[in-house]
Design a protein around this ligand. Structure first.
Ligand SMILES: *Cc1c(COP(=O)(O)O)cnc(C)c1O
Length: 356
C-alpha cells in the first residue's frame, strides 16, 4: 500500500453553508449533500493531495476509464450524534477493510488507513451541524474510488480518485417490502465480484429489479447463479430468515457481500441466546416453512435501512404472505442496534467509534 503519511490534509472551507436550505424533516435518502467533500488522487504510484473542499461538481475526462470499464468501488457507513452532541461512527474499521478488499478485486490500489481516519475526523468536524441527534437520524457517508486515467484501452487505470461524500439521513420506514425470489437472473457468480462493493454489481441489478417492481415487488432475493436453489441476499442487504425461533442466514462467500449489519445481527442474536444458524438455506425449505406456518419472519439487514422486514415473497408466481409478528426479531434487532449506534445503551461489543 502506498502511503502519504507525511502529507497533511489540505482544507478549503466553504465560504457559506447551505444547511439552512435543507428541510431535515423531509429528506429523500442520499439526495442532499453537506457543505464539504474529501478528495485524494492516486498519481505516479502514490495517494496524494488529500483535500477537503466545498461539495460540488468535479471535472473529469470523458475518456476516464471509470466510464468505460466500471473500475469503481464504494462503501456505505453512517455517523450518529447523541443527545450530548458526541459524534460516533459504527465499526468504521470494517468499512475501510472492505473498501480495500473490494479495491484489490478490481485492481485498484488500497487506500491508507491513517488518511482514511484523518479525513473522516476532519470532514465530520467541519460538517457536524449536518448530523442531527435523535434515534434514527444519521449522516450517511459514501466513500468511493474511481479510475481516472484518460484512455479507452481495456487495462487497469494508473490513476484514481478517492472521495468521501456526506448525506444527512432520517430514520426511514421501508414500508411493506415484498420480494421476488430470483429464478432467472443472477446478481453474482462464483469467482466473480459479488463480495465486493463494485459499482457494476448494482447497475446490473436494476433491470431485473425493475421487472419485479412492475409486478408490485420492491426487491429481489438473489439465489445462487448455478441452480437458483439457495437463497443468498438482496440488492444492498443481507437476508435473514426466522423459522420457528431459529434465525438463519447464508454463509458469506465470493458471491455474497460480508455485511457489517449482518455480522452485528448475528452477534446480538447470540448474546440474546437466539439459536442462530449460518448455513445454506434452499428455496424449497423456505417455501415448505411458509406452507406449514413455521416461517415467522424474513428481513434484510444493511447500513441504509438497518433492518427491513419483508411482508411477502413470490416464487414461481405464487405469493406467500408472512404472518404479522409482535414482537418480532426484526424490531428487536433494529432497536438494539440503533440504541448502540446512538449511544443510548452500553456497547458490549466495542462497536462505537467516537469521532467528536
Ligand atoms: C452494502 C451491502 C450489504 C450490507 O452491508 P452493510 O455493511 O451491512 O451495510 C449487503 N449486501 C450488499 C450486496 C451490499 O452492497
Amino acid at each position: 500500500m502506498s502511503l502519504i503519511t507525511s502529507q497533511k490534509i489540505h482544507i478549503n472551507k466553504a465560504s457559506s453553508s447551505r444547511i439552512n436550505d435543507v428541510d431535515f424533516n423531509n429528506l429523500t435518502f442520499g439526495s442532499v449533500f453537506t457543505d464539504h467533500m474529501f478528495e485524494c488522487d492516486f498519481i505516479d504510484g502514490n495517494w496524494q493531495n488529500p483535500t477537503i473542499k466545498p461539495y460540488g461538481p468535479i471535472s473529469i475526462s470523458p475518456a476516464a476509464k471509470v466510464f468505460h470499464y466500471g473500475q469503481a468501488v464504494f462503501e456505505g457507513m453512517k455517523a450518529y450524534k447523541d443527545d450530548h452532541g458526541k459524534v460516533f461512527l459504527f465499526r468504521p474499521k470494517e468499512n475501510l477493510k472492505r473498501i480495500n478488499k473490494s479495491s484489490v478485486r478490481m485492481a485498484i490500489p488500497e487506500f491508507p488507513k491513517d488518511v482514511f481516519f484523518e479525513a473522516m475526523h476532519k470532514i465530520l468536524e467541519l460538517d457536524k451541524d449536518w448530523i442531527k441527534s435523535g434515534l434514527g437520524n444519521s449522516l450517511y457517508i459514501r466513500p468511493f474510488v474511481m479510475a481516472t486515467q484518460v484512455g479507452v484501452s481495456a487495462s487497469p487505470s494508473n490513476a484514481y480518485k478517492f472521495m468521501i461524500l456526506l448525506s444527512p439521513a432520517q430514520a426511514y420506514y421501508t414500508g411493506e417490502v415484498r420480494v421476488v425470489i430470483a429464478q432467472q437472473y443472477s446478481r453474482a457468480a462464483d469467482g466473480g465480484v459479488g463480495f465486493a462493493k463494485a459499482a457494476g454489481n448494482y447497475g446490473a441489478q436494476f433491470y431485473p429489479t425493475n421487472l419485479a417492481r412492475e409486478k408490485g415487488f420492491q426487491q429481489v432475493i438473489w439465489t445462487d447463479s448455478n441452480e437458483h436453489k439457495y437463497l443468498e441476499e438482496a440488492g444492498t442487504m443481507n437476508v435473514f430468515f426466522r423459522i420457528n425461533n431459529t434465525l438463519i442466514t447464508a454463509p458469506t462467500n465470493d458471491r455474497i457481500l460480508d455485511g457489517i449489519t449482518r455480522k452485528s445481527v448475528i452477534a446480538i442474536a447470540e448474546k440474546n441466546n437466539i439459536t442462530t444458524e449460518v448455513r445454506k438455506i434452499t428455496v424449497s425449505e423456505l417455501v415448505n416453512a411458509a406452507k406449514d406456518g413455521s416461517l415467522k419472519e424474513i428481513f434484510g439487514a444493511g447500513t441504509a435501512a438497518v433492518i427491513s422486514p419483508v411482508s411477502a415473497f413470490s416464487y414461481e408466481e405464487t405469493l406467500y404472505e408472512l404472518p404479522k409478528q409482535e414482537p418480532s426479531f426484526a424490531s428487536e434487532f433494529k432497536k438494539e442496534l440503533m440504541e448502540i449506534q446512538h449511544n443510548l445503551t452500553e456497547d458490549p461489543f466495542n462497536w462505537r467509534y467516537k469521532v467528536l
